[in-house]
Design a protein around this ligand. Structure first.
Ligand code: HAM
Length: 429
């Protein structure tokens, strides 16, 4: 049987990896300007971490996690990064070391969803978590940070910001009651999942993709009318700061998101480009002020987001391009290969990207390879050259050839590799 990659899990081959690196680099540089440092947490965590934090009645926990028992532990391959980062924050008592922490992460997440364009079983997120700042400034600054990354950093336009507030726990409890009262008379018109979740977690009905639930949700009460004074003041503060930053957003009272840990501010960034269909949400996040305490830590507020890298890459302009070697070295005989290796090492020590052809054989094939790789220079090292103490250097763009003394070949060629235009043949620099 031919073995293939697991369904919903993709290979990222070197041709595509260049664009991934560009996106990741832009993300790292951008969030660093806002004070974020990288955290790396394990891919595996105890299953209870996710089921308790994300919520027992969410799709992620009920249907999508890759969980297994091994060596007496119930483990889950992480479906997202927030719970693991919060666990690390509590475990290492970070709050005793600094009042505010800003962490970012990049890496693969795993959810057993039905694969589609932009929806995979292994997918990559870049995310940030901010601990220790409860004020609306943090929410607005984070939203502005994401928006400027997408627009200036990645060149992605056609993005809409959707904003909502779920209020703190008191508001959520009142909203829950209001939803139960609203949905109960139409219970038999709801999907089976929603009928089951009606009492426990009616908020999930608003987030359901089932057409029956969407129809039933149309007249549902708005949480914004139930916010208490403190929640409403926080939300007004977020909006005021966003206005000051000239960030445009749409208040969407139906936005609840699929994870149970959120309190107060919630946001999603959605592309209007149309290409991604149901997978048009490229960034999701919000405040989760109760998680650190829920994990046994002190009462520390938190807010964060994660973006889907595959989804952003479909929107990011720019061709994939692999880096080219500056110099290709073609040794023409066995006696020349050791010298070619030494020259390759010395050029790399000078910061040049070099490939040495170890296949042996004919010059013509080696030149063809140098050309197809897009190398700037091909260095030819044959027995004749060795005897005379030189190397032949073919400038592949200028179609010119000259010789350079072997003794100072590394310095001369490194300088030529870096030069915008190669010097004319015979003029060693
Ligand atoms: P999420 O909304 O579940 O939030 O995921 C965030 C983003 O990850 C989505 O907007 C989407 O771009 C991408 N994504 C999710 N599932 C898939 C998938 N199956 N295939 C491809 N891309 C996907 C979270 O994960 C939260 N941890 C975000 C957060 C951080 N909230 C607070 N801090």
């Amino acid at each position: 049987m031919e073995l293939r990659a697991v369904k919903g899990m993709n290979d990222i081959l070197p041709d595509e990896a260049a664009r991934w690196q560009r996106l990741e680099q832009a993300f790292r540089e951008h969030v660093a300007r806002y004070g974020y440092d990288e955290v790396r947490t394990p891919i595996l965590e105890h299953t209870a971490l996710f089921s308790r934090q994300i919520g027992e009645t969410t799709d992620v926990v009920e249907k999508e996690m890759y969980s297994f028992a091994r060596h007496g532990d119930e483990l889950t391959v992480r479906p997202e990064g927030t719970a693991g980062a919060a666990r690390a924050y509590v475990e290492h008592k970070i709050h005793t070391k600094e009042p505010v922490s800003r962490w970012y992460y990049l890496g693969p997440m795993f959810r057993g969803e039905r694969p589609a364009k932009g929806r995979y079983r292994q997918f990559y997120q870049a995310g940030c978590e901010l601990y220790g700042d409860a004020g609306p400034l943090a929410d607005a600054e984070m939203i502005e940070m994401i928006l400027s990354l997408l627009s200036s950093g990645l060149g992605i336009s056609n993005i809409e910001v959707r904003l909502n507030s779920l209020g703190a726990s008191g508001t959520r409890a009142r909203y829950r009651d209001a939803l139960v009262a609203y949905f109960t008379p139409m219970k038999d018109k709801l999907s089976e999942d929603s009928q089951r979740r009606l009492e426990k977690n009616p908020l999930r009905i608003l987030d359901s993709k089932d057409p029956r639930d969407r129809e039933a949700s149309k007249g549902a009460p708005s949480i914004l009318e139930l916010l208490d004074e403190a929640d409403a003041a926080h939300f007004a503060g977020v909006r005021r700061h966003l206005d000051a930053l000239d960030v445009r957003y749409i208040v969407d009272p139906t936005l609840v998101r699929g994870l149970d840990y959120y309190t107060r501010t919630l946001f999603e960034f959605v592309t209007t480009a149309g290409d991604l269909g149901a997978q048009s949400t490229v960034v999701g996040g919000g405040r989760y002020d109760n998680m650190i305490e829920g994990l046994g830590g002190p009462s520390v507020p938190a807010i964060g987001f994660a973006m889907g890298i595959e989804r952003l890459l479909t929107l990011m302009p720019g061709e994939a391009s692999r880096e080219r070697p500056a110099i290709y070295i073609a040794p023409l005989s066995d006696t020349c290969t050791s010298r070619a290796l030494v020259l390759g090492r010395d050029l790399r020590a000078r910061g040049v990207r070099v490939e040495v052809d170890g296949r042996g054989g004919r010059l013509k094939a080696m030149l063809r390879r140098a050309d197809s790789l897009g190398a700037k220079l091909c260095v030819i090292l044959g027995d004749g050259e060795l005897e005379r103490g030189v190397v032949s250097v073919k400038d592949l763009a200028a179609h010119k050839q000259d010789e350079v003394p072997l003794a100072d070949a590394a310095d001369v060629l490194a300088a030529r590799a870096r030069a915008e235009v190669s010097p004319p043949p015979g003029e060693a620099r």
